[in-house]
Design a protein around this ligand. Structure first.
Ligand SMILES: NC(=O)c1ccc[n+]([C@@H]2O[C@H](COP(=O)([O-])OP(=O)(O)OC[C@H]3O[C@@H](n4cnc5c(N)ncnc54)[C@H](OP(=O)(O)O)[C@@H]3O)[C@@H](O)[C@H]2O)c1
Length: 162
C-alpha cells in the first residue's frame, strides 16, 4: 500500500524556504507513530530540510543527481526506482512524505492519504497540489482545537482512493 502522509493548510500550503510552516507537536507524534518501522520515501529537498535520515525507518531519497549519497539513506533516481527499493523491505505500507514535487507525482499511484489539515491560510512557496477529493473517500476525520502547544485548529483525515 502506498500512503501519502502530509500536513497541509486550508490553502494547501505545506512549506516555505524549505521548511515547515508550523510546529504542531501532536502532528509530529502522529507522523512518528504512523511511519515507525516503515519505509519513508521523500524528495531530496525534503531530506535536506530534515537534515538527516529519520531513525527507525527505511529512508529512500529521490534525486536526479547520480552522485548524491547520504548516511543511512537509499538513493533512487525516479519514483519507480524508489518503489522498487521499497519492495525489497518487508513493509506492506510505504509512506510518501513529501515534498510538493513528490506528492504531485505520487498522487495517481497512492492508495491512501493521511492528511493533517491545518485550519489557517499561509503564505508559502510549496503546496500540496493535485489532491481531488472526488477521487477519494474520507474514512475518518478527527478535529482538534488550538491550545497552548498548538497555534491552530487542525484535523487528522484518513482518505482512501476510490
Ligand atoms: N507539510 C508537510 O507535510 C511537508 C512534508 C514534506 C516537505 N514539506 C515541505 O516541502 C518543501 C520541499 O518540497 P519541494 O517540492 O520543494 O521538494 P521535494 O519534493 O522534497 O524534492 C524535490 C527534489 O526531488 C528530486 N525529484 C523530484 N522528482 C524526481 C524524479 N521524478 N526523479 C528524480 N528526482 C526527482 C529532485 O532532486 P534533485 O534536485 O536533487 O534532482 C527535486 O529537486 C519544504 O518546504 C518542506 O518543508 C512539507
Amino acid at each position: 500500500m502506498i500512503t501519502l502522509l502530509v500536513a497541509a493548510a486550508d490553502n494547501d500550503a505545506i512549506g516555505k524556504n524549505n521548511q515547515l510552516l508550523w510546529t504542531l507537536p501532536n502532528d509530529m507524534k502522529f507522523f512518528k507513530n504512523s511511519t515507525w518501522g516503515m519505509v519513508v520515501i521523500m524528495g531530496r529537498k525534503t531530506f535536506e530540510s530534515l537534515g538527516k535520515a529519520l531513525p527507525g525507518r527505511t529512508n529512500i531519497v529521490i534525486t536526479s543527481n547520480k552522485d548524491w549519497v547520504a548516511k543511512d539513506v537509499q538513493t533512487a533516481h525516479s519514483i519507480d526506482e524508489a518503489l522498487k527499493l521499497a519492495a525489497n523491505s518487508n513493509c506492506k505500507e510505504y509512506f510518501i512524505i513529501g515534498g510538493g514535487e513528490i506528492y504531485r507525482q505520487c498522487m495517481s499511484i497512492a492508495d491512501k492519504a493521511l492528511i493533517t489539515r491545518v485550519h489557517h491560510s499561509f503564505e508559502a512557496d510549496t503546496y500540496f497540489k493535485g489532491f481531488d477529493p472526488n477521487d477519494w473517500v474520507l474514512k475518518e476525520r478527527i478535529d482538534f482545537s488550538k491550545d497552548e502547544k498548538h497555534a491552530y485548529d487542525y484535523s487528522f483525515e484518513t482518505w482512501v482512493k476510490k
